[in-house]
Design a protein around this ligand. Structure first.
Ligand SMILES: Nc1ncnc2c1ncn2[C@@H]1O[C@H](COP(=O)(O)OP(=O)(O)O)[C@@H](O)[C@H]1O
Ligand SMILES: [Mg+2]
Length: 220
């Protein structure tokens, strides 16, 4: 589904390599953790995997297509339609209801509102947060917000979900529910999952754990 070959990236032409020979292959439905302490380049790597950054060297392939072959505009479109994102603090839109937040990726992709809201409702139900649809983001807890964020990441049936420290702001008990939601194959279907985390609870729940060391990914 998603393949990265020998990626190298640095933020400045004369800077240190943050990503330095990282390779990765994730199959449909597979869940992979990328571990490493803060500052090792996990977020940078996720940005490379979705074409937000282009590598200085190396290639990222989404199914049969190499991301760097597309224009910025086409890559934005690919991110919108074929990727889902979960961030540390949920990053839901506070002005919208829970249902509207989850419907948003479908609306942005041009789906009619009725269809978008129906699919959003189904996705919220699948994650056990269907009853919060009409609430504002400020009226749900951090753990609930993270499950809503997962619903939003999955609602358009993307090829890949990228999650960056999805439990970073949660306590252990709440994290467990969020992790269950992320790994549940009945919820995720064929969507591949790549999670950057330094939470070993998250890592243990994934199919595979890779460690980012000196800019390279190693099997643990
Ligand atoms: N926009 C940026 N410009 C310059 N350096 C950056 C930028 N973002 C991150 N870095 C540096 O790149 C390294 C990796 O950061 P990051 O990918 O955020 O690591 P992690 O997600 O593992 O904490 C760090 O040394 C960080 O300071
Ligand atoms: Mg990070």
């Amino acid at each position: 589904m998603l393949r990265a070959l020998d990626l190298r990236f640095r933020y400045r032409d004369d800077g240190l390599w943050v990503v330095d020979g990282a390779s990765l292959a994730v199959k449909p439905g597979e869940a992979v953790a990328i571990m490493g302490p803060s500052g090792t380049g996990k977020t940078t790597l996720l940005h490379l995997l979705c074409g937000l950054f282009l590598p200085v060297e190396g290639e990222v392939w989404l199914q049969g297509a190499q991301l760097s072959a597309f224009s910025d505009r086409a890559r934005s479109r690919i991110r919108l339609e074929r990727f889902g994102f979960v961030f540390q603090f949920g990053e839901l839109v506070p002005e919208l209801t829970v249902l509207e937040n989850v419907a948003l990726p479908l609306m942005l992709a041009g789906r009619p509102r009725r269809e978008a809201e129906r699919r959003a409702r189904d996705q919220l139900d699948a994650l056990g947060v269907g009853r919060y649809g009409s609430r504002r983001v400020a009226e749900i807890s951090g753990g609930e917000a993270q499950r809503v964020a997962i619903a939003r990441a999955l609602v358009h049936d993307p090829d890949v979900v990228l999650a960056d420290e999805p439990t970073g702001a949660l306590d252990e008990a709440t994290s467990e529910r969020v992790i269950e939601s992320l790994v549940d194959p009945t919820v995720r279907g064929n969507t591949a999952l790549v999670v950057a985390t330094h939470d070993s609870l998250v890592a243990e729940a994934m199919d595979r754990v890779l460690v980012l060391v000196d800019g390279m990914l190693k099997e643990r």
